[in-house]
Design a protein around this ligand. Structure first.
Ligand code: S0N
Length: 273
């Protein structure tokens, strides 16, 4: 598989397949692809780039190398009130909060390609992605209570949707690690393949989606998120359907009548049963 670099970043890579796939790679293998604030800012920029690029229909999120997808927040720059940009900002925050929402609301499928560890905040990242393809060397787990943190946001609620309440609590309360076969068994990932085949498989899954209606995929994603995300999820789904309405003769009649300063005539449009 040949990828073409399409943007310059320090902590990540942004590459395109040329046939509709963007691949975003956390490129900090020396710390098992842990993210620092700058990494998250770059990830957010790359996801926005992929969203705006109308030639992109599916996005892969992965980590550099075979050892880790991502090991979560970089503990070396964790401060008293979140993570500090540059490692020395006085006031910290959780940059990853907005990234989680961004991935959930991005109207294109995001596929996590997991080699090695998906741990802590790195585990949450794959949980949030729409699909996960795991290499057979993948290992999954939360570490929060071991390092004095936790993610009660999507990292708990979406995880519970995937594996059920008891299992989600076990994952958080015991901080164990689970291998790829266990992850598949509990519904945490979609497929497990040999390490050497994980990219080929992930690309094949993306291409299967690229052959489908992009708008239908958009609605599938927003429909699944609607309940979980409450009013914000319903808003996304509602605005997506409004996009469709705008393209109809019926909606055009309303707009045109306003611009022509006349009463709209909707009489030719069916009142659908
Ligand atoms: C990933 C693990 C299991 C890999 O073990 P392995 O293969 O034995 O390698 P190590 O020798 O342990 O690691 C190699 C080098 O990488 C460094 N390193 C690894 N992980 C991190 C990290 N997260 N931060 C900084 N450095 C890391 C090691 O120190 C080592 O370096 P050298 O060679 O110099 O010694 C294993 O490494 C492991 O368990 N890592 C820690 C996992 C962890 O606890 N992560 C943090 C968990 N918390 C979060 O992620 C919170 C983030 C988050 O998403 C969040 C969500 C909601 C609200 C807030 C937040 C938030 O941002 O806090």
């Amino acid at each position: 598989m040949t990828w073409t670099s399409a943007a310059d970043y320090e902590d990540i890579r942004y590459e395109l397949s040329g046939d509709g796939i963007a691949k975003i790679t956390i490129d900090r293998p020396e710390v098992r692809n842990a993210f620092r604030p700058e990494t998250v800012i770059e990830l957010s920029d790359a996801f926005e780039r992929a969203r705006e690029d109308t030639s992109v229909g599916a996005i892969i999120l992965t980590g550099e190398g075979d050892k880790a997808f991502c090991s979560g927040g970089d503990q070396r720059v964790r401060g008293e009130s979140g993570y500090r940009v540059g490692g020395n900002a006085v006031v910290g925050r959780f940059h990853v909060t907005d990234l989680h929402v961004q991935i959930r609301r991005l109207p294109k499928p995001v596929v996590a390609m997991v080699r090695g560890f998906a741990i802590g905040g790195g585990h949450v990242l794959h949980v949030i992605c729409d699909l996960t393809i795991a290499a057979d060397n993948a290992r999954f787990g939360q570490t929060g209570p071991r390092v004095g943190s936790w993610d009660g946001g999507f990292g708990a609620s979406v995880l519970r949707d995937l594996v059920g309440t008891k299992k989600a609590k076990e994952i958080w309360l015991l901080c164990r690690q689970y291998d790829a076969a266990e992850a598949l068994e509990m519904g945490l990932v979609n497929a497990v393949v040999p390490l050497a085949e994980v990219e080929e498989t992930t690309v094949r899954w993306c291409r299967e989606m690229l052959a489908l209606s992009p708008f239908a995929l958009r609605l599938v994603k927003s429909s699944f998120n609607a309940q979980e995300d409450g009013y914000a999820g319903i808003q996304q789904l509602a605005h997506d359907t409004n996009l469709l309405l705008y393209g109809s003769d019926e909606a055009r009649e309303g707009r045109t009548a306003f611009l022509e300063k006349r009463q709209p005539d909707f009489s030719r449009f069916p009142r659908r049963p």
